[in-house]
Design a protein. Sequence first.
Length: 300
Amino acid sequence: MSEVVVEVRGLEHTYMRGTPMEAPSLKGVDFDVRRGETVALLGHTGCGKSTLVQHLNGLLRPQKGRVRVLEYDLNDPKVDVKALRRRVALLFQNPEAQLFERYVGDDVAFGPRQLGLSREEVRARVREALEAVGLGFEAFKDRLTFTLSGGEKRRVALAGVLALRPEILVLDEPLAGLDPAGRRHLVELIRRLKSEWGLTLILVSHDLEDVVLLADRCFVMADGRVVLSGTPREIFSQPPARLAEFGLQPPAVTAAVHALAEAGLGVRRDCLTVDEAVSEIARALGMGGKPWTSSSCCAT
Ligand SMILES: Nc1ncnc2c1ncn2[C@@H]1O[C@H](COP(=O)(O)OP(=O)(O)OP(=O)(O)O)[C@@H](O)[C@H]1O
Ligand SMILES: [Mg+2]
């Protein structure tokens, strides 16, 4: 088994501590990620997902509990946060709002320039990162950032963090606010970052959307704690009412097989895709279709 690269134990965080406005937002979180894994962090709005991931590159420091990322101990006040951030990149929610350079090429180059790389190396990284997100280097490097579509801006922001060539990439709500085509494109891109770049990925999402299917493991948070963890299939096979308790809505196809199972049809409840559901229902109705196993039908 590969090494543990993120280890969070008993983490607590209270915003505006010691003031009348104090807001406890993490109440003892345990969380870990192994090298090369893709992990989804789920839960309804305000449950603490962004607060947790902001600890992973030192934007927030542990008030209580322990955080270790790679060989960096975030409890150590002298930890080299700059070095950590070269290896662990965090793309915030709505990153397109944070593009600040006039030209796309400069925006993507910002991080590599901070690393003190040569002009040629910066250029090579910008080219690689833009092409990785599906934006041609020649076509986009001199585009004015404000002329891009929302989906293109999101991709430029992602290119900006890829240009740092991180080992661990945290994407906070990567699909939020994109149209279906933009979502499909980004899911495909994340799939490639996983398979071709071999990145360790932490994907934050408030719902069981497509991105969850890319995950090896999911952690569901509620009210500042991790309340459920497992493979996507284990999470999706929970009764819809239980998921609803945590503000999660199962995909329509999973809800449908649950309803059929409740009605007495002998189908598995953990179908994740339309194809799986169709073959499972056909089998249960004696119309052919062979039973599938998690390994033969894995969505990842
Ligand atoms: N800077 C802040 N000051 C005070 N309270 C905050 C601050 N940031 C977050 N909070 C509070 O901490 C709790 C957790 O917020 P957080 O942003 O981590 O949730 P989240 O799970 O990322 O939500 P969402 O899905 O809406 O992004 C919320 O109650 C939120 O109001
Ligand atoms: Mg958030």
